[in-house]
Design a protein around this ligand. Sequence first.
Ligand code: XMP
Length: 308
Amino acid sequence: MLNFNDFIENSIEEIKNEIKDEKAIIALSGGIDSSVCSVLVKNAIGDNLTAIFVDHGLLRERESDEVSKMFKDRLNFKYIDASKEFLEGLKGVTDPEEKRKIIGKIFIDIFEREAGKIQAKFLVQGTIAPDWIESEGKIKSHHNLSLPGGMVLKVVEPIRELYKDEVRVIGRALSLPDKLINRQPFPGPGLAVRIIGEVTKEKLGIVSKADHIVTEEIEKVGLNKDLWQYFAVLTDSNVTGVKGDQRDFGYLVVIRFVTSLDAMTAEVPELPWKIVKTISKKITSEISEVTHVALSVSDKPPSTIEFT
Ligand code: XMP
């Protein structure tokens, strides 16, 4: 069992010794991992840490405001609206891995720019144990990151040995708000991984509305406490529907609910049918572009949690 007070004290000491009076930078997404890291490192080196929140325009409804509100007075926080840059870069791209690569590259370019402005020497990352175990332990604990423009940053990963439940314990001990601590994991490339095919502004609007309905309904009945993730995926299938007395040809949205301990495996639980039907009806009635909602029932393995 993790002794969180010891962990926090030791981490702060180690970070101080490592970073000293240099400047560090972190990509703060507002998820639990990067938030815990930001606060830990802030406690160690103060405003020498700049927390950069890159709004790639692939976020959930109201997420950008919520994250800014939560951290703007707590950290040396910098908000960057890069949504146009990302959308432009993703134009016409349909392959999931290519989308990820493009998002990663734009992210890094923005980052390098910002790191250069403050002459950062260190990059703090919220890597946790499953992240590197899943990539077969290829990431070394002490490594440098060479950025494409030539900058070399020393990587600091204060929570790399922890699992999600332990990160939550640390988050509570650091007085992060419950809403953030209990927030479901959300992929770095955001809603782009939940849109099959090309990412467009229209599709982002549809998937974020559907996601909002799923989240609202699940949280209303308190099921969020039992679920690891709950979300909607926008497929690129057009399916026939009937709206009013008209035939309609709209999108197929898939809703997915999983339980998990660490995302290495996941199971689809039996949810009360009423909630599934309520979500489905709300999505088709409130989002005019959607004609059909399907429920995903595949566990991980063989499926992954995300669709792409
Ligand atoms: P999969 O889909 O691989 O997801 O079963 C496992 C966990 O990781 C999240 N996920 C990502 N997180 N960048 C991230 O930061 C990504 O590209 C990414 N893809 C998946 C996913 O939401 C789940 O919690």
